[in-house]
Design a protein around this ligand. Structure first.
Ligand SMILES: [Cu+2]
Length: 320
């Protein structure tokens, strides 16, 4: 497998191969076009006024207070056009995009690929849960700056930072989520296998895109990059199975280790956390299943807290 390397794509903006990206592009285009129209209009009026009302021999300047009915009417109409045509239109389109796709997180029924991402100066640590579906266990697959995903399956990620604020940015997927020390943020996206741009890049061969950090995070911020590679489902599963085997070979249970220094270093490798999907039932939870608690088992297992449930969630945070 030799992934096609595309980087940011050659165009501006970068090619978009995500399911929801057209919402963001549509909004950006709308703002750009509206800006060009209003800018042209304002400049045209200014130029016309400069020429039409230029100084002429014998002409006297008038002082206008702008308090006539006509002045008020003109200001009101112009204000309404800008407010309705720009501000409200942007709010309306933006909230529609949020409701229709960006905030419509995949549910368990959608079988999302769960991933944990730990940002640090200056790298992206990426963790997959492995076959047991749980993080920080011996079958996790862990990579550095190397995110691999299948097509047609939602990718749901948790994001944390080890040090300063970073921003996880996948330009070709229109994803940008901040990694903030002390809290867990999340995001999701999906790459449809029939996306024309993706097919144009040679898919079903694996296609590779860039990961960037979009937050100035220190002197090597520019170097905080990685790759995200899109695979056919079966090829992804093959890679994933091998990555899990490789992970097991490297895994040592820190509890069995005598050497304190080695143990500390080993524990640093196990930086994962209980995946937070904000209150979704966790049917794969063995403890919950044993108690027959399908929908509400998460609480007893000490997981699935919402971030707003202050004290309980705080126990999970800031563990770095
Ligand atoms: Cu960064």
């Amino acid at each position: 497998m030799n992934p096609e390397e595309r980087g940011f794509g050659s165009g501006v903006p970068a090619l978009d191969v995500s399911e929801h990206g057209h919402h963001i592009d549509g909004l950006t285009n709308y703002i750009n076009i509206a800006n060009v129209i209003f800018f042209t209009l304002v400049v045209a009026i200014l130029v016309w006024a400069c020429v039409a009302y230029r100084a002429r021999r014998g002409a006297r300047a008038q002082y206008v207070h702008g308090t006539s009915k006509r002045d008020f009417l003109m200001a009101a109409v112009l204000g309404a056009v800008v407010f309705l045509g720009l501000d409200l239109a942007i709010v309306f389109q933006g909230s529609r995009a949020l409701e229709e796709s960006i905030w419509r997180y995949p549910t368990r029924a959608d079988n999302p690929l769960q991933i944990e991402i730990l940002a640090q100066q200056w790298a992206w640590n990426i963790r997959y849960p492995g076959p047991d579906g749980r993080f920080n266990t011996a079958d996790d697959a862990v990579t550095l700056n190397d995110l691999r995903i299948p097509v047609d399956r939602p990718v749901l990620f948790n994001l944390r930072s080890r040090d300063v604020i970073h921003s996880f940015n996948l330009p070709n997927f229109r994803v940008k989520v901040d990694a903030v020390p002390g809290i867990t943020t999340r995001g999701w996206f999906r790459v449809p296998s029939n996306d024309p741009d993706l097919l144009g890049m040679g898919f079903p061969r694996p296609v590779r895109f860039n990961i960037a950090c979009a937050q100035m995070c220190g002197w090597a911020h520019y170097a905080m990059s990685g790759y995200v590679t899109v695979y056919k489902t079966d090829e992804f599963e093959r890679w994933y199975a091998q990555a899990v085997i490789d992970g097991r070979l490297r895994y040592t249970d820190p509890r069995t280790m005598e050497d304190a220094d080695l143990r500390r270093r080993e524990e640093e490798q196990h930086w994962g956390w209980d995946f937070q999907d904000w209150g979704e039932p966790r049917p794969s939870e063995p403890a919950a299943q044993a108690r027959g608690e399908g929908a509400h088992g998460g609480d007893a297992a000490g997981e699935n807290e919402r971030p707003s449930e202050g004290a309980a969630a705080a126990g999970h945070e800031g563990g770095e």
